[in-house]
Design a protein. Structure first.
Length: 214
């Protein structure tokens, strides 16, 4: 499913990442070129990482959505969605115990596509902080491709890419779910500036690599 044109998902990701880059530029201004970073500036780096991971999350949702609807529309049979239909069908039967026999016609022809589409919308709305396993699962589930297997480029092995992305997701979780407490002494800085810049470049490269993956 390789595409030659740049997806709207990647275009939007680039715009979203520019917010993270602008915040990082503000950090450099605050730092004033000094090698050490005061604790009050550390919050800027945390915010930068939150914006970057949010951009990645939105990119994965948008790319999946961009590819899913044409794939579903072009499907000649339900065979490509048998796993999804097994889940959707089981849920549908459980909620239509009394009148399932009267509503089975809604699945005939292309009627099954609406049920798959509704299920897709629900799953994507809950797709938060997608690490390697989540990305692999949803792209296989809805597009029948192992997108993650294609992740690799010169400076990173497949394993390093997965480990780095998992690390970014964990860092995002620590920032989002552990707010500083009043009177708590600041610890070591959250992340060095070179490390943060490296991670932003990583996400940008990963998004481009993901878009052209088969």
């Amino acid at each position: 499913m390789t595409t030659s044109a740049t997806s709207q998902a990647l275009k939007d990701f680039t715009i979203a990442m520019s917010d993270a880059q602008r915040l990082l530029a503000l950090h450099k201004i605050k730092q004033g070129g000094k090698p050490t970073v005061p604790e009050d500036v550390d919050a800027i780096k945390r915010g930068t990482l939150l914006l970057a991971v949010a951009a990645w999350e939105t990119f994965i949702r948008d790319l999946l959505t961009e590819r899913f609807h044409p794939y579903l529309n072009d499907a000649k049979s339900a065979q490509a969605f048998k796993e999804v239909l097994a889940t959707v069908g089981k849920s549908w039967l459980a909620s239509h115990k009394e009148n399932a026999h009267e509503q089975l016609f809604t699945w005939t022809g292309n009627g099954w596509k609406k049920y798959v589409s509704d299920y897709f919308t629900d799953i994507v709305s809950k797709l938060y902080t997608p690490g390697p396993e989540k990305v692999k699962k949803v792209f296989r589930q809805f597009l029948n491709i192992d997108l993650v297997a294609a992740w690799s480029w010169n400076n990173y092995s497949h394993e390093q890419i997965c480990e780095t992305l998992d690390g970014l997701i964990r860092s995002r979780g620590e920032i989002a779910h552990k707010a500083p407490k009043r009177g708590e002494k600041p610890g070591k800085q959250f992340m060095t500036l070179p490390d943060l810049e490296k991670r932003l470049r990583f996400l940008e490269a990963l998004a481009k690599n993901t878009e052209v993956a088969p």
